[in-house]
Design a protein around this ligand. Structure first.
Ligand SMILES: [Zn+2]
Length: 97
């Protein structure tokens, strides 16, 4: 029971790191007006991979964050694929009002 819970937490933690990398790479954008609303930026996913790989190479990201480099890029891919919109839903609603 508790091991299942730990696995979920572990997965959550990895996705959070992946999300941070995607945002830092400009692939995803955190709406400056609406906290927690995330949408696609102009950068291609390769930008996040590049950033992540250079952090991995310099040791800023290591096995504490992800088990392997491949796992890291897989997580980034999964996270980014969850966001299909190119603008914040909330902002768009405001404009359309
Ligand atoms: Zn917004």
């Amino acid at each position: 029971m508790s091991s299942t819970k730990n696995q979920i937490n572990e997965q959550d933690r990895k996705f959070r790191h992946a999300l941070e990398l995607a945002i830092e790479g400009g692939v995803l954008i955190n709406c400056p007006y609406h906290e927690g609303f995330i949408y696609r930026g102009n950068e291609q996913i390769e930008s996040a991979y590049k950033l992540a790989n250079s952090k991995w190479a310099s040791g800023k990201i290591n096995h504490d964050h992800f088990e392997t480099r491949n796992e890291m890029t897989d997580c980034i891919k999964t996270v980014v694929s969850e966001y299909g919109l190119y603008s914040c839903n909330q902002c768009r609603d405001l404009i359309n009002k």
